[in-house]
Design a protein around this ligand. Structure first.
Ligand code: UMA
Length: 458
């Protein structure tokens, strides 16, 4: 137990989020203790100690939790954690990064949530706002914690004028006060079912991005989300909708067609062309463009900036990233596809010539959602990781399934089976933590295995 007499913030988890939060609170003169279960955080703990932050590393101490003024768990730490639960039962308060950020932030916020596409849309909105000469801070779940925007600016840096924040359900779950000026809900499909009681609870978490909005705020929503009518009726904010579903076209603000998006809002009547955009494969990317355009208009961007942002957009690594073609076989890295809906979006980009690498850590996914799509487009599945047996059993009647131990085996097996013009697609439908530190680490391994294959086939 750390001896301290004044109330303290207890930061739980020293990953990206916890480190920034500890530094931020300390910079505002707060008494801060930080704890992480992993021994490997000893080095960062030393740096924090020098700032006057006390640390407990390699273990959690219940007394430190029970005596905290307020707990601040990192997004990845579930609220069912036994130390947190016991402290909550003893009356200790809890908050998260969104509410702490909300307390100190005075800039307008665009908050983007949804199951898939958040990072691309967040990045695209950031790009569009730069073309509009607004200076955005782009952060949140995308990787740079929001409180970083509140810490000392570099001398020559222009002050940010607007916050573009990717927001996860984990961040929303613990938030009571977060209130974006423009909230964006892209889509909802099954994910993180290891953390939620059921799908309805996950859905509620996503919709809660709008819960503190007032009449002056805007809610940009995909009208084809299941349950849209009922949920949207409860919102106070101005509703701005998009859809690629013809049956919604009469009512929605952005109709997504084959070649362009027709936008009609209170203030805008524009057509945004979407054909020949190589960086945006698949219909789901047209939805992403529509959402980004509507949110950017809502915060004051003009059509030229929207068009420039879309035209110059570069797809992010690990999201349907084309790698190379070796002997007529093309390799795509979609390591970020950590749920079944993302895989459906990926396979829809091709015809019927895919060898699909699936599998990773278990988070309660139901793979049966994929069966019809796999039947139409996938020749063979390569299954790896903790879920490989479950994948084998789920698809053995749909197409051949080969189980492999490593990414190298997976890539070599796929290449050996592939014919000219086939696609080898890593789109795992699972998180990566069984074998890797992150989806980036997994994607990098795939890229290296493909490079290796190329060297051996020159
Ligand atoms: N830890 C403990 N005790 C526990 C459990 C964990 O001390 O009981 C420690 C771990 O040892 C580790 C730290 O907590 O050191 C990890 O915390 P974290 O999982 O919250 O990871 P961060 O590095 O802080 O990253 C978080 C987000 N992670 C999650 O939501 C799981 C990052 O989103 C986000 O970019 C970052 O904050 C900055 O805001 C990643 C993510 O996977 C990309 N998000 C999910 C998704 O997109 O699907 C929601």
């Amino acid at each position: 137990m750390i001896e301290t007499h004044s109330p303290y913030f207890l930061i739980i988890g020293l990953g990206t989020s916890g480190i920034s939060m500890a530094r931020f609170l300390r910079s505002r003169g707060k008494n801060v203790i930080a704890t992480d279960i992993e021994e490997s955080k000893a080095d960062i703990a030393k740096e924090l100690n020098e700032l006057g932050i006390k640390t407990q590393i390699g273990f959690h101490d219940q007394k430190t939790f029970n005596q905290a003024g307020i707990m601040v768990p990192s997004p990845g730490v579930p609220l069912t954690n036994k130390f947190i639960k016991t402290a909550l039962n003893k009356g200790v308060d809890i908050t998260g990064e969104l509410d702490i950020f909300t307390k100190y932030n005075d800039l307008p916020i665009i908050a983007i949530t949804g199951t898939n596409g958040k990072t691309s849309v967040t990045t695209l909105i950031g790009d569009i706002l730069k073309h509009s000469r607004m200076n955005p801070f782009v952060g949140g779940n995308i990787g740079t914690p929001l409180v970083e925007s509140l810490m000392s600016e570099k001398k020559d840096e222009k002050k940010a004028e607007v916050i573009v924040a990717e927001i996860s359900s984990f961040q929303l779950d613990i938030s009571k006060k977060f209130k974006p000026d423009v909230g964006v809900l892209l889509n909802i499909s099954q994910d993180h079912l290891d953390r939620y009681e059921n799908y309805a609870e996950y859905t509620d978490s996503k919709w809660s991005v709008f819960k503190n909005q007032s009449f002056a705020d805007k809610a940009v929503i995909n009208q084809s989300i299941h349950g849209f009518d009922k949920k949207s009726q409860k919102l106070k904010s101005e509703l701005i909708t998009f859809s690629s579903n013809r049956s919604d076209f009469e009512k929605c603000n952005a109709k997504i067609g084959l070649k362009n998006i027709e936008i009609k809002t209170k203030n805008y009547n524009q057509k945004v062309p979407t054909d020949n955009l190589q960086e945006f494969p698949g219909f789901h990317n047209k939805e992403n463009i529509a959402a980004a355009a509507l949110a950017s208009f809502a915060i004051g961007a003009d059509i030229n900036a929207v068009l420039k942002g879309i035209k110059n957009f570069k797809n992010l690594p690990h999201r349907m990233q084309f790698l190379k073609t070796i002997k007529g076989i093309s390799f795509y890295n979609d390591s970020k596809a950590t749920n079944t809906d993302a895989v459906i979006r990926a396979v829809q980009c091709f015809k019927n010539n895919i060898i699909l690498i699936l599998g990773g850590s278990e988070k309660g996914a139901d793979f049966s959602d994929l069966i019809n799509h796999i039947k139409q487009r996938v020749k063979t599945i390569i299954a790896m990781g903790e879920t490989s047996r479950k994948i084998h059993d789920a698809f053995k009647k749909t197409c051949p399934v080969k189980m492999v131990q490593t990414m190298k085996d997976g890539v070599q097996t796929a290449f050996a089976m592939a014919l000219k013009n086939d696609i080898v697609l890593l789109s795992p439908a699972c998180a990566s933590f069984d074998m890797y530190e992150s989806y980036v680490h997994r994607g990098d391994d795939f890229i290296n295995c493909v490079k290796h294959l190329e060297t051996n086939n020159e």
